[in-house]
Design a protein around this ligand. Sequence first.
Ligand code: ZN
Length: 265
Amino acid sequence: MTTESSLRADIVEVGRRMYARGYTASNDGNISVRLGADRLLMTPKSVCKGFMTPDMMCITDLDGRKLQGDRDPSSEMLMHLEVYRQRPDIQAVVHAHPPIATGFAVAGIPLNRAVLAEVLTTLGSIPIAEYATPSTKELPEAVRKYVKAHDGMLLANHGALTLGTDLFSAYYKMETIEHFAKISLVARLLGNENLLAREEVARLQELRGTYGIKAPAPICHDPSAPAPIRQRVRLSTRPRAVGCDWSPTWTAGASANPMAKLKFG
Ligand SMILES: [Zn+2]
């Protein structure tokens, strides 16, 4: 099987899994992957991701011009192009509307609490990109602020976006976000979240290297939670971003700062 034919098959499989798991409904969502230095292979617009065939995919250049395919490329192509422009290390992009994570995006609550080791080592904090009308040029502008430092983010009142070094790593990050959102929702319904200590988060940061994940930059100091090893967060405590704002200096390095907005115990 050629590289192109295997990538077409992988997009079909990722789309099938997204639809089967309820991450998309109807024709929602889109998937793309680099096909060489200056071409992308992408899902077409207006198809259900659960029932695609390899021949449906479009090939475009990095400016979005269609080079091959009977159908038009995804309506969210501009957002995908922005990711590839900003992140030369990224090979694949997945966008979906997983319902629990999207619920957090609708509620305006980022997934930025340090509670699960596997999330901290793969994604760090998961911010919310500001709302922009889907399929317009405003949406890539909204994700631009976060995409250099985060491999996964929520899109306000819309869905989620994940990036990876191959199609399945981008897809698995979407699974991780939705799984994390479910667990966070249950913990909050139960009325309590025990946050991991800052020291443990630092240790998990160091482990990223052993998993082949680029080590993030140092964590910002959080003046709102300086002392306790563990901190109980009650339902009545409205989620807040930590005291350090996202810093434009992080944009110097891809994946540099996924920990920047974490809340610690
Ligand atoms: Zn969407």
